[in-house]
Design a protein around this ligand. Structure first.
Ligand SMILES: C[S@@+](CC[C@H](N)C(=O)[O-])C[C@H]1O[C@@H](n2cnc3c(N)ncnc32)[C@H](O)[C@@H]1O
Length: 372
């Protein structure tokens, strides 16, 4: 409120950044928001099978291209570290861990503490002079590092990159088409000292840069930070080799107004209870594809249901059920599998998209990635 009073209305991107990752008051930087008692639950938190399927997918694609090594495993926005834990356990079974270094891109030091407690036998913290702010050894003896930004990873080698529910947390700008052109949606204060949306009086510097001339929608959301990360990733994977898997809810460049908040598993108004609700917007997969298009080829987006079914999630469920004698655990396994696949829930809301260097184009025409 003070900032708006001092310098005028905020863009949605400035508001999201301030609310989500402010070092002292940010939603992500001050709490563990996952699980039943939190604000939302994610697929990796629902079942170990989710991370296992992702590990099997990377392993399979990596074998197909001749298993280049050594390897980075990079996760963007690793939450509680559950998916990384399930991936590492699976890689250990395939003996891939011997070639591996793990890189966690996590802006929240609270979450990074939860991650290192889950994954590591030893941890060391560093001052700001270092590219990484923490390092450690995982339970299976793999070196692991934590960074605030993907650009800080200096180990240049073939990489697996996974981003699950990461891009939807990145700031967006919102633009509305008017008679004057593309005006930007901003956040201001009303006469009762409450936050409200307003439109910029005319086109802004951002709307001039970010809105495509060919745009046909009346209202759009653009995440420049997502585009910058994707461009960086594309350069990196083209230069050093690698495979990226992005999983999120999103659309193919056709949705309009998706900015929203969640608290206690309910959708709510982003302008109330600030700092205690998760802010999010659907990922524009077409923008990610475009950002990477001259360096990477992409597959998808396909629904989570399609991806997990083609990865034979149900076969994995059968194996786990065979080894499980506890009735409660058996029911839990079955219901979590249903939740992941449910067409009215996560099965259709979440989408998978994969990226490979363009040099593999011809090869992938003959041997396309599983699940796409
Ligand atoms: C919605 S959570 C998803 C966590 C996890 N991938 C999962 O699915 O359970 C978003 C994650 O991204 C992290 N995050 C959000 N904004 C970030 C940013 N700008 N840079 C790095 N990490 C960020 C959060 O701290 C959190 O770990």
């Amino acid at each position: 409120m003070q900032r708006i009073k001092a310098t005028g209305p905020l863009t949605i991107a400035q508001f999201m950044k301030e609310v989500l990752i402010h070092p002292a008051f940010g939603y992500y930087t001050t709490r563990d928001m996952f699980g039943k008692s939190g604000d939302f639950i994610t697929s990796p938190e629902i079942s170990q099978m989710f991370g296992e399927m992702i590990a099997v997918w990377f392993t399979n694609e990596w074998y197909k291209i001749g298993s280049p090594k050594p390897l980075n495993l990079i996760e963007l926005g690793p939450g509680r570290g559950s998916m990384m834990s399930d991936i590492l356990r699976t890689f250990n079974k395939f003996n891939i861990h011997n070639y591996l270094t793990v890189h966690m891109v996590e802006v929240s030091e609270i979450l990074s503490k939860i991650q290192s407690e889950k994954l590591c036998t030893s941890v060391e913290n560093y001052n700001t002079d270092s590219y990484f702010y923490k390092s450690g050894k995982t339970k299976i003896g793999v070196n692991i590092y934590w960074y605030k930004s993907i650009q800080d990873i200096k180990m240049e080698q073939f990489s697996f990159v996974i981003a699950h529910e990461f891009f939807d947390a990145l700031p967006i700008h919102k633009f509305q088409k008017t008679k004057l052109g593309w005006n930007e949606v901003l956040i201001d204060i009303d006469s009762e000292d409450k936050l409200k949306y307003v439109l910029s009086p005319g086109p802004t510097a951002m709307s001039k840069i970010l809105v495509d001339d060919s745009e046909t929608r009346e209202h759009i959301e653009v995440s420049p930070e997502s585009i910058i990360i994707m461009e960086y990733l594309a350069n990196y994977l083209e230069q050093f080799g690698g495979i990226a898997l992005i999983v999120d809810y999103g659309h193919n460049g056709n949705k309009t107004d998706t900015f929203r908040a969640y608290k206690n598993h309910q959708q709510c108004d982003p302008l109330t209870e600030i700092g205690t609700t998760d802010l999010t917007a659907d990922v524009d997969f077409s923008a990610l594809r475009k950002a990477a298009s001259d360096k990477l080829i992409s597959f998808g987006p396909v629904t989570q249901k399609k991806f997990l079914e083609q990865m034979h999630l149900e076969v994995r469920l059968e194996v786990l059920l065979k080894n499980c004698t506890d009735d409660y655990q058996r029911k839990l396994l079955q219901s979590s599998c249903r939740t992941l696949l449910d067409e009215n829930k996560m099965g259709s809301a979440f989408h998978f998209m994969s990226f490979f260097p363009t040099v593999l184009k011809e090869f992938l025409k003959h041997y396309p990635p599983v699940g796409f």
